[in-house]
Each structure stands twice: as structure tokens, then as C-alpha cells.
Design a protein around this ligand. Structure first.
Ligand code: GTP
Ligand code: MG
Length: 767
């Protein structure tokens, strides 16, 4: 206690008493304070240290918990209306303990009151009044559940055609798809074959990047199915192997349900570019009864299925590769909750509390206040997670679905025009797509009106390469590189850089799926990413458009009308086609005239090169000249008809040809339907064949009835060629000529053997 002693001695020091008194007292007081403070500080730092330790331990635990967190997958449930998507979703929540028996009883009662008894399981997912009353999902339902190794975000899409835009928004957030097919009699057929949504959902899912599909054949418990598969025959609940011959006769097509559905689905899935061996798995379930869902199938219920349960299948699906590039989260929805909350799936990068981000395309800076993953608040989240993010710096009304929460350093590009490769899959048979076509574009969570401004080149669907030459229109099934303009700016990436934000779908205003992208053309951005500031738009411009597209009201446009881009364009197209047709006809005419002139010169001079004559044959054959005056020109209107001298013969397929070395003539008597074919050897004599012919269109078929042989000055010898029925008309079974061209001087024809020849008209040589 040195200091208090010093204090006591000091107060006895004369003259300095005041000072001395004061100073030590001050020091004393301060000393006491200091002591207290030191003590307090010591206590405080111990507490703080303890708190810090606790905090660090908590953070470590949190980090460890986050690190040990199960992997995460987003699964969208798709398929035709009433296939059972919501029922399966509800059953999953029940089986995973999120809904108890009491709640189920409540739903049962509510469903019964609405005369929708069997919908009670679907009511777990279908939460709004309209959905429950109609038994149809409208908004994409969301839920979370876990299997052994995986956390799932379940996205229950609507199956009804009117809500396809909502289905697209659900599928655009998904990693995998659960395609629900109803096995019930008639329901599979309606969903798959008769313009049902099964096909459109599959095609959309593929386009939207859903690379794996679990095809659940649902309602297997239904009395029209009763867990039947091809190899089993069911007679009054007794299952007997079908290879017992005596029972084969009882076999009924409905009892082969599962196999039949799989057989029909596989080729379709393949044509939709799914690898059915690697990326698709089929399994039978009953969503309503919860059979083959969390537990494997009871063999007494379904003896032929021994595969994994639905949960096992889900648990074994590979997580697609995640992108750890700059942060991008397309906004699906937003709402007010102690600030502004945005919802969406992180497509790339990660996010943590306190981050400064930007909302594109309007470039609004925001700060991240809190992050919620499933039901939990988390400090950070990575790609693939479905999140709710509370932000400051923006009001919820300044955000639209389709905006993208994005990194500030490398914001997502925003454009109003771009070049894309489009595959046309939904045009009616006779319709064509031209520049000027207007459609609704769906890309991640964005929906915009767009117009195809220019068709740049057609794509060869075999090689997937752009073809040379201009393209004015394309038909269904074609691929085309085109320039597309959207009404308002959208956030997109090049497909080659970032497929999730680079694939899109075009639908007609009537709601038909028009086409899907294969990729955005890599080098052809019309607006560069840096030009995004120039395309910022105000909200009122955009909202009505998006609404009308999203709520499916655009269906009021009749489908037939919507296929015509506009009348002016159609007229222009017609004129272009007409001019083209006239042009090609004129071209053909010139070619034929030139070719005939070549043949006439050859007949006169026998000096025209064989190649030239072969080329003339080819041009004349292609021209398909009208054959109606041929017969009369060839055989005159009176007997004995007209005579033609053979000039040149060519081999099959016009490979080679030569001038005919002998004098050979043909006489055709159109009035008497007689033909005479002779070879004249000057004073040595002649050999002629005589017979009858028939004429149909451009084909002259003939039968020779006798040969006449004349040797030197002797009388000709006549030899009959077998007995022929006088009534019998020559047909194509007999020798024939197909005539390609006949005028007063020249005739061109091909014989049955495939060789082509031409004749020139001559005076008849007297025998
Ligand atoms: P949308 O949302 O309108 O596209 O229909 P959804 O696919 O969600 O169908 P939902 O779950 O609403 O079920 C439609 C009907 O099918 C309801 O009556 C269900 O009870 C019935 N259902 C669904 N799953 C099964 C099943 O496994 N077996 C039987 N027997 N009925 C089922
Ligand atoms: Mg539903």
C-alpha cells in the first residue's frame, strides 16, 4: 500500500499543504477509481473474452453445421393437370412429419365440404381458396423436406394450360424434374396424346435446364390399374404370371398399364433430348396412399417392382455442377416484411449478410440485411440455394419478377435485343414463321413481349450448323438463327458463358409453345452489356405487359390468328413467293429452249459433243414439260402417223451417250395406236417390228406383234410374235417410253431400261 502512505506523509509538508493535500487526495481518489476501473475492466474483458469465445464457438458451430449441411436440390413437380403433383407433395410433407393427423383430418373435412373429398392431400400444397375450390394449383407451391442425404426445395407447378407461365417460373428454378403421369384409365392418354400438358411440360423443362427427370407413374392404386404391369394378369385380385398359357386369353390391355406408359414415354423423352438411360428413371407410386414413397414397395401390393422407393431415387440423384462465378439470383417474387424481401434461386456465386449488391436491370444498389434458407436464418448461402433475402435501399414496388440480384463488380448484362438460335417446335403444320413474328419470351423468372426482327440463317438440324443463303421463313421443326427484340430490357447471359441465364422459350400469345433456344449466338450481342444503362425503364411501362403474360389471359387471341405475323407481311411473303415461282419458271423455260436447240443442231450436224447433249437431256427431264400435246405431235391425227429417226442414245442416269450408228426409225400412228420400229441397212435389207401401243399421261407402252425381215430385193418375211389377246392393252409391264419433250422436230424419251434417247422427225422411208 505505498501510495496511501505517501499520501499521509505529504499532508504534513508545510507551505505546500494545499497542493500537497489536494494532489495526493486527487491521486488517491483517482487511484480508487482506477482500481475500480481496472477491476471493472478486468471483469469486463473477462466477460467480453468469454462472450467472444462463446460467439466464436457459436460461429464455428454454425459454420460446421453449414459445412455439414446436407446437399441441396430444387425439384419441380410437373405434368398434366390432375396427375397428382400436389397430392404427392402433400404426402411427402405428411410422411416427413411436417403435417400431423389432426391437420389431415381438418383438410379432409374442408375437402369434403367443397365436394372434393379425394383432394385432401393436395390441400397441403394448394393453400389458396381458388386452388382448393377448383382442385387446381395456380401458383407454384413451395415446401422443404429432407431425405437421408439431401435437402429438397419442392416446387409444385400447376398443370393447367392457362398457368404454363407459372410452371415455367417454377421449372426455371429447378435442378431436377419429377414428371407425374397418371396411370388411371384415360388420364394418361389425355395428358400425353390429346394435346395434354405432359408433352409441353417435358419440352419446357428440358429447355429450362432441368437435366434429370424422375418419371413417377402415379395412381397405380386406382381400380383401373391396380398395380398392373405387362407380365401379370389380374383376375379378381389374384396375380398370376402371364406365361401360364391357359390364362393368356384373359389378358386385357389395361392391365399392362405401367409398361405401356413407359413404352410410349421413352421415345418421346428421347425426341425431347433426354438421355433416357442416364437422365431418366421411371417408378410406380401411389401418391394418395403413400405407397413406394418413403419406404420400398410391399411385394404383396406390387410383386413385379423391386426397385428403390421414390425417396431413395431422389436421394441418389447427382447434384448438377454449381457455378461459383459472380453472384446472380433472378427474383421470382418479392414482398414487404420488416423491409423488402426478395425470393429466388441463387444461380451463381454466394451471398452473405452485409453484402452490397445491385438489382439489375435498373442498377439499384442494395444491402443484404438477412438471409433465409428453407425456414432458417443463415449468414451466407451458395449457388443452388432457394432463398429469401431481406434487403435495404429499395422499395418492394420497384422490383419486378425477372429482375436479378447481382454482384456489383460484375453485374449481369441487360439487353433489349440479341441474336439467338431458335428451334421451332410448336407451329401448326401449314404455318410459317417470318421476321415480324411477335411472341412472349420467358427467360429465367422474366416474361416479356418480343418480336423476331430478322431471320439470319437456317440451321441444318443434323449438323446443327447454320446453312448458307438467305432465309425468309421457317416451318415447324426447323432451327433458325434470328435477331430478337424485347419490349423492355431483360437480364441475360450468353448461353456459352452461363446456360442458366442464356436459355429461353418463346410462346405464342395464345399460349402455344413456339420454340426453344439451343444457345445464344456467341458473338452477336446487339447491345453490349455495358450499354445496359441506356435501357433502364420505368415501372408503369412494363407491368401490364408482364401481368397479361403471366396470368395467362393472352389466351383470348384465337390460335389461328396468332399464327399470322401480320397481313402486310403475309402479302409481302406471298408476292415474294410468286415472283420467285415466276422467276424459276422463266429460268426453266430458257433452259428447255436452249437444250432443244442443242438437240436440233445435233440432229442436223451430228457434231454436237455428247456432254452437251447429256446436259440438254438432263435439263429437259427436270423441266417436266406439260405432256398433253405429245401424243398428237408424235403420231399425227391420221394413220399411218408420223416417223421419227433415232439420233442419239444415252446410258442410264445419263452417264454416257453416243450418236446411233445405224438408220433406225420409229413410226407412231396415234389414230390407229400402232407402232413400227425399224432398222434399215440400205441395200442389205431391213428389220422392222410392228405392234400396238397405249398412251397414258406421258407413258407410251407397246407390244410388238410381228417381225418383218427384208433381205436384199426379196419379199419380206413376216414372223408372228406369239398369240396375243387382241383386246389386251399394253401396260407398264410391257416395254415403254416416258416422253419428256415432243415438238414438230424433236422428241426425247426414256426407255424402260433407263436409257434416254432423242429422235428427229423425218419423212417416212418406204419399205
Ligand atoms: P393440378 O395442380 O391442377 O395440375 O393437379 P395435380 O397434378 O396437382 O393433381 P392433384 O394432386 O390436385 O390431384 C388430382 C386428383 O387426383 C385428386 O382427386 C387426387 O386425389 C387424385 N390422385 C392423386 N394421386 C392419386 C393416387 O395416387 N391415387 C389415386 N387413386 N388418386 C390420386
Ligand atoms: Mg396441383
Amino acid at each position: 500500500m505505498d501510495v496511501p502512505l505517501y499520501f499521509v506523509s505529504a499532508i504534513y509538508v508545510p507551505h505546500d499543504s494545499y497542493l500537497c493535500f489536494y494532489c495526493p487526495l486527487y491521486l488517491f481518489i483517482n487511484y480508487v477509481d482506477l482500481q475500480a476501473e481496472i477491476l471493472a475492466l478486468q471483469l469486463d474483458s473477462a466477460a467480453k473474452e468469454k462472450a467472444a469465445q462463446e460467439k466464436a464457438a457459436k460461429e464455428e458451430a454454425e459454420e460446421e453445421a453449414e459445412a455439414n449441411k446436407k446437399r441441396h436440390l430444387n425439384a419441380v413437380f410437373i405434368g398434366h393437370v390432375d396427375a397428382g403433383k400436389s397430392t404427392i407433395g402433400g404426402q411427402i410433407l405428411f410422411l416427413s412429419g411436417q403435417v400431423d393427423d389432426r391437420q389431415i383430418q381438418k383438410y379432409e373435412k374442408e375437402a369434403k365440404d367443397k365436394s372434393r373429398e379425394s383432394w385432401y392431400m393436395a390441400y397441403i400444397m394448394d393453400t389458396n381458396e381458388e386452388e382448393r375450390a377448383k382442385g387446381k394449383t395456380v401458383e407454384v407451391g413451395r415446401a422443404h423436406f429432407e431425405t437421408k442425404n439431401t435437402r429438397f426445395t419442392l416446387l409444385d407447378a400447376p398443370g393447367h394450360k392457362s398457368y404454363v407461365p407459372n410452371m415455367i417460373s417454377g421449372a426455371s428454378q429447378a435442378d431436377i424434374g419429377v414428371l407425374v403421369i397418371s396411370a388411371r384409365k384415360g388420364e394418361f392418354e389425355t395428358g400425353f396424346e390429346n394435346g395434354g400438358q405432359t408433352r409441353e411440360h417435358v419440352q419446357l423443362a428440358k429447355t429450362l435446364g432441368v437435366s434429370k427427370l424422375v418419371v413417377v407413374v402415379n395412381k397405380m392404386d386406382d381400380p383401373t390399374v391396380n398395380w398392373s404391369k405387362e407380365r401379370y394378369v389380374l383376375t379378381s385380385n389374384i396375380l398370376i404370371p402371364a406365361n401360364v398359357d391357359i390364362l393368356i386369353s384373359f389378358h386385357h390391355p389395361l392391365l399392362c398399364r405401367y409398361d405401356k406408359i413407359e413404352q410410349k414415354m421413352v421415345p418421346f423423352l428421347k425426341s425431347s433430348r433426354y438421355n433416357t438411360k442416364k437422365d431418366v428413371i421411371f417408378l410406380p407410386i401411389s401418391g394418395l396412399m403413400g405407397v413406394n414413397m418413403d419406404k420400398r414397395m410391399d411385394r404383396n401390393v406390387c410383386p413385379w417392382y423391386s426397385g428403390p422407393s421414390f425417396f431413395e431415387v431422389l436421394d441418389s440423384i447427382e447434384v448438377p455442377p454449381r457455378d461459383n462465378g459472380p453472384f446472380r439470383m433472378p427474383i421470382i417474387d418479392k414482398f414487404k416484411d420488416m423491409g423488402t424481401v426478395v425470393m429466388g434461386k441463387v444461380e451463381s456465386g454466394s451471398i452473405k449478410e452485409g453484402d452490397s449488391l445491385i438489382i439489375m436491370p435498373n442498377k439499384d444498389p442494395v444491402k443484404v440485411v438477412a438471409i433465409y434458407c428453407d425456414e432458417d436464418k443463415v449468414k451466407r448461402a451458395g449457388p443452388g440455394e432457394n432463398l429469401r433475402v431481406r434487403i435495404t435501399g429499395i422499395e418492394d414496388e420497384d422490383i419486378l419478377s425477372g429482375f436479378v440480384l447481382s454482384s456489383t463488380v460484375k453485374p449481369v448484362p441487360a439487353v433489349t435485343e440479341f441474336v439467338a438460335q431458335l428451334q421451332i417446335i410448336g407451329l401448326p403444320e401449314k404455318a410459317v414463321l417470318t421476321a415480324g413474328y411477335k411472341a412472349i419470351l420467358h427467360i429465367h423468372a422474366a416474361v416479356e413481349e418480343c418480336e423476331i426482327m430478322e431471320l439470319i440463317s437456317q440451321i441444318d438440324m443434323e449438323t446443327r450448323e447454320p446453312m448458307k443463303g438467305k432465309v425468309r421463313f421457317v416451318k415447324n421443326g426447323a432451327g433458325v438463327v434470328c435477331r430478337i427484340q424485347v419490349t423492355n430490357s431483360i437480364c441475360v447471359e450468353k448461353f456459352s458463358d452461363f446456360p442458366q441465364l442464356g436459355r429461353f422459350t418463346l410462346r405464342t400469345e395464345a399460349g402455344t409453345l413456339l420454340g426453344t433456344t439451343m444457345m445464344l449466338s456467341p458473338a452477336s450481342w446487339v447491345f453490349s452489356p455495358s450499354s445496359s444503362s441506356s435501357v433502364v425503364f420505368s415501372r408503369p411501362q412494363r407491368l401490364p405487359l408482364v401481368r397479361s403474360a403471366v396470368d395467362g389471359r393472352n389466351e383470348i387471341v384465337p390460335p389461328a390468328q396468332s399464327q399470322i405475323p401480320n397481313k402486310v407481311l403475309s402479302l409481302c411473303l406471298f408476292i415474294v413467293l410468286l415472283v420467285n415461282k415466276v422467276h424459276s419458271l422463266l429460268k426453266l423455260l430458257v433452259e428447255v429452249t436452249e437444250s432443244v436447240s442443242v438437240l436440233k443442231t445435233a440432229a442436223k450436224t451430228r457434231k454436237v459433243a455428247a456432254e452437251e447433249i447429256l446436259a440438254a437431256f438432263s435439263a429437259i427431264e427436270k423441266a417436266k414439260v406439260d405432256p398433253s400435246p405429245f401424243l398428237e405431235t408424235l403420231g399425227g391425227s391420221e394413220s399411218p402417223g408420223r416417223t421419227w429417226m433415232l439420233i442419239f442414245t444415252a446410258e442410264k442416269k445419263l452417264k454416257k451417250g453416243r450418236y446411233f450408228p445405224l438408220t433406225a426409225v420409229q413410226r407412231f400412228d396415234a389414230a390407229g395406236k400402232r407402232i413400227e420400229n425399224g432398222v434399215y441397212l440400205g441395200p442389205l435389207g431391213a428389220l422392222t417390228f410392228e405392234g400396238k401401243f397405249s398412251w397414258k399421261n406421258r407413258i407410251l407402252a407397246f407390244i410388238f406383234e410381228q417381225i418383218r425381215i427384208k433381205i436384199g430385193p426379196l419379199d419380206p418375211i413376216k414372223i408372228g410374235l406369239g398369240k396375243k389377246d387382241a383386246e389386251e392393252e399394253p401396260s407398264n409391264k410391257d416395254p415403254f417410253f416416258i416422253w419428256f419433250y415432243v415438238d414438230e422436230e424433236i422428241a426425247v424419251a426414256r426407255g424402260r431400261s433407263g436409257g434416254t434417247a432423242f429422235w428427229c422427225r423425218c419423212r417416212r422411208i418406204a419399205s
